[in-house]
Design a protein around this ligand. Structure first.
Ligand SMILES: N=CN[C@@H](CCC(=O)O)C(=O)O
Ligand SMILES: [Zn+2]
Length: 411
């Protein structure tokens, strides 16, 4: 089966095979072709080039992209898309003056979602989650990471990971699963942190490994949540089962967590709303990808990740949604890209690199996703007629997507 997209106004993010990520000043460059074609064979990008060189293929399905821009689908490397119910009351409480911390301290926040999740049956969680997954696919996300972390019990964590696995089996979008048992201490372990960490290490991890339910391991390294030492125990335990770390760190405070993550070869360090000079220094010349989550900053009114400082220091940066019921009830990567431009002063080129190739790196899939490269998955966004790709972040509230293709098929 062949599909030929012709007369593409701008074909964005074309890359040679082998580019895994872009860092520092490289992020300002977003290679593109004007007046281009792209050929899909089965589920892969088979060829692309200038319209002058477009092959004649009488049997191919043809899509006319006159005045339209084509780019790779978004790679959303940090989400909590599987959850039960909502936290709309906390949203209203925050409008009325309570902080995220105050809500969490009185038993709300992550523990509120954990209670709802443990009271909800697996099928129902699947039904609620698939609606969100279908929505983000239509918004252009073609690969996504989903975390557990609202179970906080052996059964609850396994239940979440099974839902993630079922979504991965039933949808064409690439899904990576991350085990986040260390998201918060359940009430009964408030005074017994080591007891909960032992439950994670001795009971949750072996079961998860046995059922092959996770690709990565995560922890919420933050004042009032998991300390550096506790997170190091989690990272070490994960490693024994082949789970690489992707860690929530520096969301509210900087407590030397990033150095610990780098020491343990974390694939990513995520959030980074509060970043010190030392944090930037330890990230230099490492394989660890910093991940910014601007929709979270927007929704709970906390600082934005200092992208300009980090890029100026030569670091790479990925962008993701953080889709979750508490701090970011939105999985819209188009909004993330626009907000990164508007609030973090990333250029459109930098933001698109961060949301595609660097996002793919942040979930270990840049060999197959994140750019227009021969042999990669045919995961494409075709826009409505627009003047240039700059219009995507510029018209931040509009949906400028006409069609989304995942693994060669329109979703
Ligand atoms: N910060 C930790 N975890 C989530 C939010 C959890 C919640 O409030 O439900 C985040 O990435 O923002
Ligand atoms: Zn998160």
């Amino acid at each position: 089966m062949q599909t030929l997209i012709i007369h593409i106004k701008e074909l964005i993010q074309i890359r040679e095979i082998g580019i895994q990520k872009v860092s520092g000043s490289e992020m300002a460059d977003l290679p593109l072709l004007k007046n281009a074609f792209l050929l899909i064979e089965n589920n892969l990008i088979a060829d692309f080039g200038l319209m002058n060189d477009c092959p004649t293929l009488p049997d191919a399905k043809v899509i006319d992209a006159t005045e339209k821009v084509v780019l790779p689908t978004w790679c959303d490397s940090h989400t909590h898309l599987v959850y039960a119910g909502n936290r709309v009351q906390e949203f209203v409480d925050r409008i009325n003056g309570l902080s995220y911390k105050e809500i969490a301290n009185r038993g709300g926040g992550i523990l509120n979602s954990a209670q709802q999740l443990n009271e909800t049956d697996e099928n129902e969680i699947y039904e609620q989650s698939k609606v969100r997954l279908e929505e983000v696919m239509k918004l252009g996300t073609g690969a996504i990471e989903i975390k557990s972390g609202y179970g906080l019990t052996v059964e609850g964590e396994i239940k979440m990971l099974r839902v993630i696995k079922r979504l991965a089996e039933n949808y064409p979008i690439k899904i990576k699963a991350t085990f986040l048992g260390a998201h918060a201490f359940p009430k009964e372990f408030k005074e017994n942190h080591s007891g909960y960490i032992e439950l994670i290490i001795n009971e949750m991890l072996p079961k998860i490994a046995e059922e092959n339910l996770a690709d990565y391991i995560d922890a919420f390294l933050e004042t009032g949540y998991f300390t550096v030492e506790e997170t190091e125990r989690i990272m070490e335990a994960g490693k024994k089962y082949g789970l690489i770390s992707k860690i929530h760190v520096n969301q509210f405070t900087a407590i030397n967590g990033i150095a610990a993550c780098v020491k343990h070869n974390a694939l990513t360090v995520d959030h980074l709303e509060i970043v010190t000079e030392e944090d930037i220094e330890v990230l230099k010349n490492t394989e660890t990808m910093p991940v910014a989550l601007p929709s979270c900053s927007y929704f709970i009114s906390i600082p934005y990740t200092p992208a300009r400082k980090m890029i100026a220091a030569g670091l790479p940066l990925a962008l993701a949604t953080d889709y979750n019921p508490g701090t970011t009830p939105s999985g819209n990567m188009n909004f993330v890209v626009a907000t990164a431009c508007i609030k973090m002063k990333m250029t459109p080129e930098e933001a698109i690199n961060a949301a595609t190739i660097n996002g793919a790196y942040a979930m270990g899939i840049s060999a197959t996703h994140g750019s227009i490269t021969k042999g990669k998955k045919a995961n494409l966004i075709i826009t409505k007629p627009i003047h240039s790709f700059y219009q995507l972040p510029y018209e931040f509230g509009s949906n400028l997507i006409d069609e989304v293709i995942i693994e060669g098929k329109t979703v």
